[in-house]
Design a protein. Sequence first.
Length: 326
Amino acid sequence: MTDLVDSFSRRINYMRISVTDHCDLRCLYCTDRLYPHLSHDDILRYEEIHRIVLAAAGLGVKKLRLTGGEALIRLNLRWLVEMLANTEGIDEVSLTTNGTQLARYADELKAAGLSRVNVSLDSLKPDRFERITGSDRFKEVLEGIEAAKKAGLNPVKINMVVLKDVNDDEVLDFARKTLSDDWHVRFIEHMPFVNGNGANGMVSIRNIMSSIEQSLGQLSPHLPTSGNGPARYYKLPDASGTLGFIGAVTECFCAECNRFRLTADGHLRPCLLDDDEIDLKEPLRHGADISELERLILKAATRKQQQHHLGENGAPEKRQMRQIGG
Ligand code: SAM
């Protein structure tokens, strides 16, 4: 087997797959509130995603994460989960979701082979949730989190993007959830994506950690039991849940990057923060076989940048987060 190793000796074994660019929320930092989305014909069919995964798995990709847009608004997502989870070489299929429909689908996704979920939640206050997301479905998200836990999609991780003057006063409330409710919370620095500009700015992980330590006690490092991403994990004294910190802006974790992203319209994106992409959809629809797909995936590996250039060249311009999947 030819392994998927990029020009800087990084092994790519993880692929995030966006199944739609459409979302049922309009988070102010993630997307324009009004946007045109892809037509049905433009997005990859489940069979096409499966073919790409067959090729990627043949090159050593072992973990997959479904995302969007909002993946759970795509019909019969469990079919895709089942196909992917049963693909030789794939060890884990997980999901990132806003949680609005999780209560409805948690059990069937688990039965189809989904391993775990991350739920994005940026406020514990219903009115503020509505301001950030443009939707009043706060209660559904909380129900979704509980349903996912019950279904055994563990650990359920809660992702909070900390936004200056929007929700940064809730950091302690989220951290307390690791004491009171066994939550696994991850704080993420806001990345300056084009058009997802309804946010005033980023709060650094360093500041978030120090405000937690000042009020709730010393954080002790904790080894994650799942995932191999860029988060650093800690625990508060006596907490059953964990706290993760993702310094997406202030900490560069490119040297450990192990992932590719596949957009809903079939473009393979070697780096979240770089607009370079390789189109797999057109070749697929013109009859590319698995070895041709493998060749294109290997080519994408050669185009993976050593490091992102956020800050120097600004943010990616071609797509919003909603169109990439985070
Ligand atoms: N709809 C799903 C969800 O809400 O999790 C998946 C798609 S969403 C684009 C994936 C993740 O990206 C979410 O956790 C979201 O908060 C995060 N995200 C979106 N825009 C971001 C930004 N500008 N900076 C940091 N994280 C961002």
